[in-house]
Every structure is written in C-alpha cells, then in structure tokens.
Design a protein around this ligand. Structure first.
Ligand code: PEP
Ligand code: MN
Length: 352
C-alpha cells in the first residue's frame, strides 16, 4: 500500500510509480477516499528492491506492506500448524526443558556425565553442553573438539537429545556428523546470515532442530523472526526462538532480561519460544525467578545452565549454573504455571 505525502499523486507521479511496480510484475489499484487517495500494490508487494525504489521517491510518505514479510515463519503461513518434536516432547504441548552445563570440561568428563544423568532425573527434555564456546577474550578456554565425544556419550547413556552451539561451518559439519540433535546459534551469530543459511541447508533433510538465540543488539521483534526465516527458507523450519537478554542496562543483571518479548513473538510467529534465563540474569540465585517469569509470559520452555557441582565448572557454570536439585523443584513449579496458564488461555479466547 503506497501512501503519498500529498492527498493524491499527480498524473506524472502515478505514471512513474506504475512503471516501477510493473517492472516487478505488480499493478496499481487506486483507492479513492474522501480526503485522500492511496494506492494498493497488487502482486508480490514484498519485493524489497521495488519497495526501496518507491520509498526513494520524494513524494512518497510510506509503503505499508499488507502481506507478512515472513513466508514460512509467520503465524498464518502454511507452516502455522507445524510442530517440533524434541525427544519425548512435542514442543508446545508440555514444558520443554533443556538443561546442562554451559561448557563441557574435556579434562573432567565425569562432571558432564553426572550432570546429564541428574538433569534427566530432574525431568529435563534435553541436555545442553557447550563443546565450543564464544568467549570475549581470545585467551579464555574456547572449548575443544574432544568434548563432542563426551556430549554424544551423554546422549547414549541417557537417551535424551543433546544441544550444542556451533559458530562456523567446520563445527556445524562436525556436530551434524556426530549426531547432535539441537544446534544452538548463539547471540553473537544470530545475525550471521551466511551461517544461518548454511545451517538450514545442511540440516534440511535431517531431524535436527535449531535453537536461535536473540542477538544482544537485536531491537525489533521482526529482526529476530527474520533471522529464523533464513534457516527455514534454506530448508529447515524446525527453529525455536530463544530470548536470552539484551544490552545490559539493568545494573546487576548480566543482560537486560527480555522474557516479556514472548507474547509479542507469539502474535507474529508460530515458532516455539524457549527462554534462556541463565544468560539473561547471569547469576544462579536469580535464575529461578527469571525462569518462572519466562513461563508466565507464555514461553514453551527454558534452556537453563545446570551443573552437578557448579564450583568445579568452567565457562559460565560457577556463577550462573543452578544445581539439579534446584532444577527439579523448578520443573515442578514450571508445570504448575503451565496449568495456571491454561486457565488464562481459555479466558483470553472468551475475551477475544
Ligand atoms: C551459551 O549458551 O552458553 C552462550 C554462550 O549463550 P549466548 O550465545 O546467548 O551468549
Ligand atoms: Mn553459557
């Protein structure tokens, strides 16, 4: 929909606009109102080059798209009823809990295996474990290829799906080959479109899920959904969105907790939302309340750093991992919130 600055386009302006849209196979339909005339674009109005050429005309005020920019991830797209299964859980049908260490310590594999069994016992759906880590300083421990064996050992011993972050094509290929079930795209790579496309292509015909974190600098909700559209458009629509906190403007928390984004995402996309309270608040003592808040806001689940003995962890574990005991209680409370939410969902339907 094209809205001119003046109440109506002149004849010459209308001719110029019509010529541009026709180059892209579209037509103009005038909608004449009492005070002003607006111009509907019939055809594929999402063609960005066309839109930018129209917006470049000095006499145009706005171009309002009627169609959603998300062909696959939109809440009304043909994938609207698509469901993602993780282990025994159909995401959205019951709380999805991904729990485990921030970082696998290759020198102490037993910690990770113990954590894996403990989070299973606590009721987790899947296990997380960082093989490779994005670290602020190049001198910090960066992860190690050898940890992949430990991650897969945990998968085999527990029978639960496993999640790890990949940051480049090499790690992506190793993880896919090894049998990782959930590929995590971290906050630093959420806008790395080449990587997102590669992940979509390489997992297109495989039962592999992608957990896409929200980037630290991401603003509008659409920017986050657009990143997931890259993965789906490249072949894999099994994408879960993961808010994990944005720019740290709240003194005391590691990042700015953004779990309240969930209802806004749910209005626009069918993609499940799995919140990461660990990186959001960054301290183990704040994680339970951030987790419960996330579930209250309508998340489908959480991914939460958990360690059988946080003191001996590496990476983020000593400061932000909860223990399996805390996780167990948290999962019970999450289940209770899930039941409470059903009541409000029903009420919302009545009010709608
Ligand atoms: C992590 O999950 O350990 C991690 C590094 O997350 P993020 O990309 O959100 O910082
Ligand atoms: Mn971490």
């Amino acid at each position: 929909m094209i809205i001119p600055k003046e109440p109506k386009l002149t004849g010459a302006q209308l001719k110029e606009v019509t010529e541009i849209v026709e180059e892209y196979g579209c037509k103009i339909q005038e909608i004449v109102g009492h005070h002003r005339t607006i111009y509907a674009v019939l055809g594929e109005e999402r063609e960005t080059i066309m839109v930018n050429r129209i917006l470049g005309l000095a006499y145009i005020d706005r171009f309002d798209a009627v169609d959603s920019p998300f062909k696959l991830m939109d809440v009304h797209s043909e994938l609207a009823n698509h469901r993602i299964t993780l282990g025994d859980v159909i995401v959205g049908d019951q709380p999805t809990i991904i729990a485990g260490q921030c970082t696998i310590d290759p020198k102490n594999p037993n910690y990770f295996l113990e954590t894996a069994h403990a989070v299973k016992e606590a009721g987790a759906t899947a296990i997380r474990g960082g093989v490779w880590k994005p670290r602020t300083m190049p001198y910090s421990f960066q992860g190690d290829d050898s940890s992949m064996k430990i991650l897969i050992e945990a998968k085999e011993q527990t029978g639960l799906p496993v999640d790890t972050e990949v940051m480049d094509q090499y790690q992506l290929e190793v993880a896919v080959e090894a049998g990782v079930d959930v590929l995590q795209v971290g906050a630093r790579n959420a806008l790395n479109y080449s990587l997102l496309k590669k992940i979509g292509e390489l997992t297109a015909d495989k039962p592999i899920k992608v957990l896409l974190k929200r980037s630290i600098g991401m603003g509008p909700v659409n920017e986050f959904i657009a990143a997931s559209e890259y993965i789906a458009a490249a072949g894999n629509p099994d994408v879960m969105l993961c808010p994990r906190g944005t720019q740290p403007t709240m003194d005391g928390y590691r990042n700015y907790p953004d779990e309240s984004i969930t209802p806004l995402l749910k209005e626009k996309t069918w993609a499940p939302v799995i919140v990461d309270p660990s990186h959001s608040v960054g301290r183990a003592q704040y994680v339970p309340s951030a987790s419960l808040a996330s579930m209250s806001y309508g998340a489908d689940g959480i991914i939460v750093e958990t360690h059988c003995n946080p003191k001996y962890g590496i990476g983020d574990d000593p400061k932000q991992s909860i223990t399996p005991d805390v996780l167990k209680k948290l999962i019970q409370d999450i289940n209770a919130i899930w039941e409470i939410r059903k009541h409000y969902n029903q009420q919302a339907k009545v009010l709608a």
